[in-house]
Design a protein around this ligand. Structure first.
Ligand SMILES: Cc1cc2nc3c(=O)[nH]c(=O)nc-3n(C[C@H](O)[C@H](O)[C@H](O)COP(=O)(O)OP(=O)(O)OC[C@H]3O[C@@H](n4cnc5c(N)ncnc54)[C@H](O)[C@@H]3O)c2cc1C
Length: 661
C-alpha cells in the first residue's frame, strides 16, 4: 500500500475471505466516574459481510462493552487530541498511600527474599504450603479487598508494586496471587457482587482461601461465543444446574471457590435465541465439581492449573454474579484491571534481568574487554533498562488513574499489558544472549559446577505465557483497534453501514462530513506539547508525541477512507496503527514520570541519569514508530496472506520433503 493510496475516496469494500474481523471489546476496569464529557452517539458496526460465527462473536462482545463518557488520554491519541489534563503532573503515588502500603510491601519483600526459593518451586512443581500460609497471614490474598471485608484495602498502585516485587522473583507466585485476586473471586465480587456476596466471600478469599476464574474451554480461547458449559434453571427457578468443562483454570486444583462463566438460556429477540453468558460463584466442594487433571506447562511449573468438569452441579440463583446474562461483562471488566498485574510483574522481571545482565556484562571478559564494552551487548542492556523504566512508568500512571480518578483505563491497561509483556520477553531473551551458554544452562546445573545459580532459563520459560493469557498480544491489538476506531464508528458508522436504508446513510454521511470538515484540518495545525514548567530535557519528547498523535489520527482516517468497513479486517494495518499509539503513550508516560522523578530533588533519581535513560528510550521508540509508519506504506501483507492461505490449502508440499514424515 502506498501512502497516496490512503488518500483515495471511500470505495465499496470487498470482503476478504477468511480474514478474521477484530472482535473482543472489553469493558472498563471499574465503573468510571470522571472526568465527564458529553454523551456521544452509539458506535455502529456493519456486520452484514461477516459469517455467522464472526457476527455472533462480535455481537456478543459488543453487547458486553460498556460505553462510558470517560475520555482516555491514550484513546485520544488516536484522534490527534493531545491533552495532558489528566496525566500532568504525573500522578505520583500520594505520601499517605505510600505509607499505607509500606508495612505490607516491606514484609512481602522480606518473604520473597528470605523464605522463597523460586528454583526449588520450579523444580518441585509445588509451592510450599508454608509459603502460601505465610503470604495468607500477611494479607497477600486480599491486597485490594476493602478492610471492612477483611482485606488490606490497599490501592491499585500498591497492588501493582506487590506484583512488581513478585515478578522480580517468581512467576508461579505472581500467577497464584494474580489469578486469585485480579481475576478470581475478589475482583469480580468487589466490582459486581451484591452486599450479601461481598460479606460471604470477600473475608474468606482475603484470609487466603484460594480462588480462580474459569472462562476458557476447549473451543473457547479468545472467542467466548462458542461457550458450551451450560447452566439451566431448575423448575422452581431457585437454582441453576451447571454442566460442562473448563480448561486451564489457574488455581483451579487448589481453589475453594471459583467464578465460572456459563451459557444460560438466551433471550428470544425477533424469533432468534440470543447468546447469554452468566457468571456464577461456585464452591469447589459442591457435588459434581471434579478436577479432571492438573495441566503442566513449559514454564510456571508450580501453577495449580487444571481442567474442571461440572456434572449436574446445582448452584443457587443468589450465586449469579453481576446479573443473569451479564457474565461476559463481568469477565471482560474484571480482565481490564486484572491484566494490569502482568505489566507490573513484567517490570519486576525486566529489572531482575537488568541486574543479571549488568553483573555479567561487567564481569565477563572476552576478546580483551568486558562484554558490556562490546557494542552488540551494550545495546541490549540499554534497551532492557529503557523498557523496564517505560513499562513501570506506563503501569504506575495507569494504576494511579484508577486510584485517583476511578478512570476507565481499558485502553491504557491493554497497552501496558501488550507493551510490557512483549518488552519483558525481549528482555529475557537478550539477557539469555548476554549470558551466552550460561543463560541456557539451568540454575541447578550452574550451581553444581560451582557457579552462581542465575535462573535465566527459568525466567524465560516463565515469561512466555505473558503474551498469551489475559488477552493475547493479537487480541490486545484487535481490542485497541476497536477502541481507536470507536469515535469514528460513532461519527461515521451509520454512513458506512450497508444494512441501513440509503436515506439514513445519507443523513449520517452529511453529519459525518460536518464533523470531519472541522476535525481533519485541525490535525494539520501544530498543537499540544509540553507545559512551560516541564523539565527542558524532556520537552522535545512531548512535542514529538503530540505531532505523532496528529499524524496517527490522519493515518487512521486515511485508512478508513481507503478501506471503509473492510478496515476492521485489515489486522496488520490496524496493528501497526495500534503499535504507534502504544509507543506514543509509552513516550508520554516515560517523559512525564521522568519529569516528576527529576523534580523530587531527593537525589534518588539523579537528573542526568534519568535524562540519559529517557533519551535512549525515546530515540528507540521513535525508530519503532518510523518503522511502523513505513510498513503502513510499504508492506507484504497481501502476498503473505495469500501464501498462508495456499499453505493452509495443502499446497507447497515440497516444504514437507526432507524431514522425517
Ligand atoms: C498457563 C495458562 C493459564 C491460564 N489461566 C487461565 C485461567 O485462569 N482462566 C481461564 O479462563 N483461562 C486461562 N487460560 C487460558 C488463556 O487465557 C487462553 O490460552 C487465551 O485466552 C488464548 O486462548 P487459546 O489458547 O485457546 O488460543 P486461541 O484463542 O485458540 O488463539 C490461538 C492463536 O490465535 C490468535 N487469535 C485468536 N483469535 C484471533 C483473531 N480474531 N485475530 C487474530 N489472532 C487471533 C491468538 O492470539 C493465538 O495466538 C490460561 C492459559 C494458560 C496456558
Amino acid at each position: 500500500m502506498k501512502t497516496s493510496d490512503l488518500l483515495e475516496p471511500p470505495t465499496t469494500p470487498k470482503p476478504v475471505q477468511g480474514e478474521t474481523p477484530m472482535a473482543p471489546a472489553p469493558t472498563p476496569a471499574s465503573e468510571p466516574t470522571a472526568p465527564p464529557r458529553d454523551r456521544e452517539p452509539e458506535s455502529v458496526i456493519d456486520t452484514s459481510k461477516m459469517n455467522q460465527a464472526q457476527r455472533e462473536a462480535l455481537e456478543l462482545t459488543e453487547a458486553a462493552r460498556t460505553v462510558t463518557n470517560y475520555r482516555s488520554f491514550a484513546g485520544d491519541l488516536f484522534m490527534g487530541r493531545f491533552t495532558l489534563d489528566h496525566v500532568y503532573p504525573f500522578p505520583l503515588q500520594p505520601a499517605a498511600d505510600i505509607e499505607a502500603g509500606r508495612p505490607f510491601l516491606a514484609e512481602l519483600n522480606k518473604i520473597l527474599k528470605y523464605e522463597v526459593d523460586a528454583d526449588r518451586i520450579d523444580a518441585d512443581g509445588e509451592i510450599p504450603e508454608a509459603v502460601i500460609d505465610r503470604l495468607a497471614k500477611l494479607g497477600a490474598f486480599g491486597i485490594k479487598v476493602p478492610k471492612e471485608y477483611g482485606g488490606l484495602g490497599l490501592s491499585q498502585l500498591n497492588y501493582c508494586r506487590a506484583a512488581m516485587l513478585l515478578g522480580s522473583v517468581d512467576g508461579n507466585l505472581t500467577a497464584l496471587l494474580s489469578a486469585h485476586q485480579s481475576i478470581g473471586v475478589p475482583q469480580p465480587v468487589k466490582l459486581f457482587g451484591t452486599e450479601a456476596q461481598k460479606k460471604k466471600y470477600l473475608p474468606r478469599v482475603a484470609r487466603g482461601e484460594i480462588s480462580a476464574f474459569a472462562l476458557t474451554e476447549n473451543s473457547v480461547g479468545s472467542d467466548p461465543a462458542k461457550m458450551t458449559t451450560r447452566a439451566e434453571p431448575t423448575a422452581d427457578g431457585k437454582s441453576f444446574v451447571i454442566n460442562g468443562e473448563k480448561l486451564w483454570c489457574t488455581n483451579g486444583t487448589k481453589a475453594g471457590v471459583i467464578v465460572v462463566m456459563t451459557r444460560t438460556p438466551g433471550e428470544i429477540v425477533q424469533g432468534k435465541e440470543k447468546n447469554r453468558i452468566t457468571a456464577f460463584i461456585v464452591e469447589m466442594n459442591t457435588p459434581g465439581v471434579e478436577v479432571v487433571t492438573r495441566c503442566h506447562f513449559m514454564g510456571l511449573r508450580a501453577l495449580y492449573n487444571g481442567v474442571i468438569r461440572f456434572t449436574n452441579v446445582t448452584v443457587p440463583r443468589e450465586n449469579i454474579l453481576g446479573g443473569e446474562g451479564r457474565g461476559l461483562k463481568v469477565a471482560l471488566t474484571t480482565l481490564n484491571t486484572g491484566r494490569l498485574t502482568i505489566p507490573a510483574g513484567c517490570a519486576g522481571l525486566m529489572k531482575r534481568c537488568l541486574g543479571y545482565a549488568r553483573e555479567w556484562a561487567a564481569e565477563r571478559t572476552q576478546w580483551g574487554q568486558a562484554i558490556g564494552k562490546h557494542a552488540a551487548i551494550a545495546d541490549k542492556i540499554a534497551r532492557i533498562a529503557a523498557n523496564a523504566f517505560a513499562t513501570e512508568a506506563m503501569t504506575v500512571m495507569t494504576a494511579a488513574l484508577v486510584d485517583r480518578d476511578k478512570a476507565d483505563i481499558r485502553i491504557e491497561a491493554a497497552m501496558c499489558k501488550m507493551f510490557g509483556s512483549e518488552a519483558a520477553w525481549r528482555a529475557v531473551d537478550e539477557t539469555m544472549q548476554i549470558r551466552g551458554g550460561r543463560g541456557y544452562e539451568t540454575a541447578q546445573s550452574l550451581k553444581n559446577r560451582g557457579e552462581q545459580a542465575v535462573p535465566i532459563e527459568r525466567l524465560m520459560r516463565d515469561a512466555r505465557i505473558n503474551l498469551i493469557f489475559e488477552g493475547s498480544s493479537e487480541i490486545m491489538r484487535l481490542f485497541l483497534a476497536r477502541e481507536a476506531l470507536d469515535p469514528h464508528l460513532k461519527v461515521a458508522g451509520g454512513a458506512l453501514d450497508s444494512r441501513l436504508p440509503m436515506a439514513k446513510r445519507a443523513a449520517a454521511g452529511l453529519k459525518a462530513f460536518g464533523f470531519y470538515a472541522h476535525w481533519y484540518p485541525g490535525l494539520l495545525l501544530p498543537r499540544g506539547g509540553a507545559p512551560s514548567d516541564f523539565t527542558p530535557a524532556f520537552k522535545p519528547a512531548l512535542a514529538y508525541a503530540a505531532k505523532m498523535s496528529r499524524r496517527l489520527a490522519r493515518t487512521l482516517f486515511h485508512a478508513m477512507v481507503k478501506h471503509g468497513p473492510a478496515l476492521e479486517k485489515k489486522q496488520l494495518t490496524l496493528g501497526r496503527i495500534v503499535d504507534i499509539g502504544t509507543e506514543v503513550f509509552a513516550i508520554v508516560a516515560t517523559a512525564l514520570h521522568a519529569d516528576a522523578l527529576a523534580k523530587r530533588g531527593d537525589g534518588q533519581y539523579p537528573r542526568e541519569e534519568v535524562e540519559q535513560l529517557v533519551q535512549s528510550f525515546v530515540a528507540d521508540a521513535k525508530a519503532r514508530i518510523a518503522g511502523s509508519f513505513a510498513a503502513l506504506a510499504h508492506n507484504n501483507d497481501g502476498r503473505n496472506y495469500k501464501l498462508t492461505q495456499s499453505i493452509l490449502e495443502g499446497k507447497h508440499g515440497y516444504l514437507r520433503r526432507g524431514i522425517v514424515e
